[in-house]
Design a protein around this ligand. Structure first.
Ligand code: ADP
Length: 489
């Protein structure tokens, strides 16, 4: 409790609809717990479908209101800049909330506040650069004018692994474009979402422009977002399974859909690689947020000539990781987010073990630390039939497969229906270009394990999603292109 007092000023226990901090209409709530020890750290309204409908109505009303419509791009930019400033000023408190509800080590939470806030800054800048076109007409006395207009109300559904950044990456772009939003944050991490919404309110963003609907019954509210004619776009980050469902359901209303779904990132280490750099890259790509990121390396392909050295060095580094309650600044690995994820990670390792993979280090839970802690693990000789190979583990497990040549590495790396991020380490220039072009992914890290930036387009190919977030492309999902033909001039 004393810990909670430290950040209590920003912790909300109500949801935000139309500028009002409210309970759910049936007064139901659900608890938010700390995954380190299962202790309750807060509770939030368990909103109903009717509450979500009210939030959509509020967003629509705000979209059409003078307070929002009459703003210039520069006005919206200024509001986003104020929001950015307030998030910056409260970064310590937000990071503490994030660590408490997600288990993310505090240094990483601080990093996420910086990263998440960089989208608010970026889109504050981009707001002023949503340009149209004047195109030479083929007909005399005519002018072809192309302009970009906001789509209207956007529904944003976000996951727990980046409780702040997944909201700002969507809401920043939406507000810059002139949309209004209804945010449905993940049930595990609603407190970070409400805290940044509070700061948006303090920044002077008009009522109804940002609404936050907390619930632990996402499906019917997701359905409502898909069905409501007043929601013009849905942006979702989360599992491929739920993404497919939303994509299907959004088809009826032909909605704009942006999906950032699961990956199955290959991480290839070629013989020519600098092995120390490759191990550094592997550690940061794999163990950030305890392996719970959709761009985490999922399958490590290591060439025969460098294999033993890579595995030995990686083992040393993994054994040295500090595991525990992320509130201490020396901790590098926290717990998994919930029991479902814990069961999945340990189940995948047991499945690989039963299929003759070798556990080099780890491979067990750490009940002495808490029920959701899993030891950082390295598994070699992972067969293609293992779940560790075919699916995204979303946990602190490195799965290593040996390969002989570049063609084999590429074939195996691309042998998946996912295509979010891919990484490889090579000091051979020709190989760098060949492999970067051939990897079937939306983002490639060459000699680099951490690649996300507000300036760069984030997104996947194949079943990893549609659309791009961040960069100037991130605006596209929130604007319609309108062609105006000026005739008889
Ligand atoms: P994860 O495995 O990351 O928890 P989910 O896809 O289950 O992935 O969750 C991501 C977000 O999607 C969360 O905010 C969650 O509440 C929401 N969600 C889960 N199921 C649905 C659904 N049927 N419709 C809409 N949103 C959903």
């Amino acid at each position: 409790i004393s810990r909670i007092r430290n950040f209590s000023a920003l912790v909300q226990s109500k949801a935000l609809v139309n500028g009002n901090w409210i309970d759910s209409s049936n007064n139901d709530t659900f608890d938010v717990t700390n995954p380190v020890n299962g202790k309750k750290i807060g509770s939030v309204p368990n909103m109903t479908v009717q509450d979500a409908q009210n939030a959509i109505n509020a967003a629509k009303q705000a979209y059409e209101s003078k307070e929002w419509r009459s703003l210039t791009a520069k006005d919206r930019s200024n509001l986003l800049k104020k929001w950015h400033k307030l998030i910056e000023q409260h970064s310590q408190q937000i990071a503490e909330i994030m660590t408490a509800e997600s288990g993310k080590p505090i240094n990483e939470s601080k990093g996420e506040v910086l990263y998440g806030n960089s989208f608010v800054e970026w889109f504050a800048e981009e707001a002023r650069r949503i340009y149209g076109e004047i195109v030479p007409s083929p007909v005399a006395n005519r002018e072809i004018i192309v302009m970009k207009q906001p789509i209207g109300v956007a529904a944003l559904i976000t996951p727990w692994n980046f409780p702040l950044a997944m909201i700002t990456r969507k809401a920043g772009a939406a507000l810059a474009a002139g949309c209004t939003v209804v945010i449905k944050p993940a049930e595990d991490t609603p407190l970070t979402a409400l805290a940044v919404a509070k700061l948006a309110e303090d920044a002077g963003i008009p009522k109804g422009v940002i609404n936050v609907v907390t619930t632990n019954k996402a499906a019917p509210i997701g359905d409502l977002f898909c069905k409501s004619p007043d929601v013009r776009g849905i942006s979702f980050t989360g599992s491929t399974q739920v993404g497919k469902l939303l994509f299907r359901n959004a088809a009826d209303g032909i909605k704009r859909v942006c999906l950032e779904l699961g990956g199955n990132a290959p991480f290839i280490v070629f013989d020519s690689a600098n092995v120390e750099k490759a191990v550094d890259g592997a550690m940061s790509s794999k163990f950030r947020n305890c392996g719970q990121t959709c761009v985490s390396a999922n399958r490590f392909f290591v060439q025969a000539g460098i294999y033993d050295k890579f595995v030995a060095l990686l083992k040393q580094r993994v054994e040295a990781l500090k595991i525990g309650d992320g509130q201490s600044s020396d901790i590098q690995i926290g717990p998994l987010i919930n029991k479902m994820q814990y069961d999945k990670v340990s189940g995948f390792v047991e499945d690989a073990r039963s299929k003759k993979a070798q556990i080099v280090v780890g491979g067990t839970g750490l009940p002495e630390l808490g029920a959701l802690f899993y030891a950082p693990t390295v598994v070699t000789d992972v067969p293609p039939t293992a779940q560790l190979y075919t699916e995204e583990v979303f946990g602190p497990v490195v799965s290593i497969i040996k390969f002989k040549d570049e063609a084999e590495a590429l074939q195996k790396a691309n042998d998946t229906n996912r295509g979010l991020a891919g990484y490889f380490f090579s000091e051979n220039l020709q190989q760098v270009f060949r492999v970067a072009k051939r990897l079937e992914v939306g983002m490639v890290g060459v000699n680099e394990g951490l690649i996300s930036a507000a300036e760069a387009p984030f997104g996947g190919v194949k079943e990893s999603g549609v659309g791009r977030e961040g960069s100037h492309h991130g605006i596209d999902d929130y604007v319609d292109i309108k062609y105006i033909c000026m005739g008889n001039l």
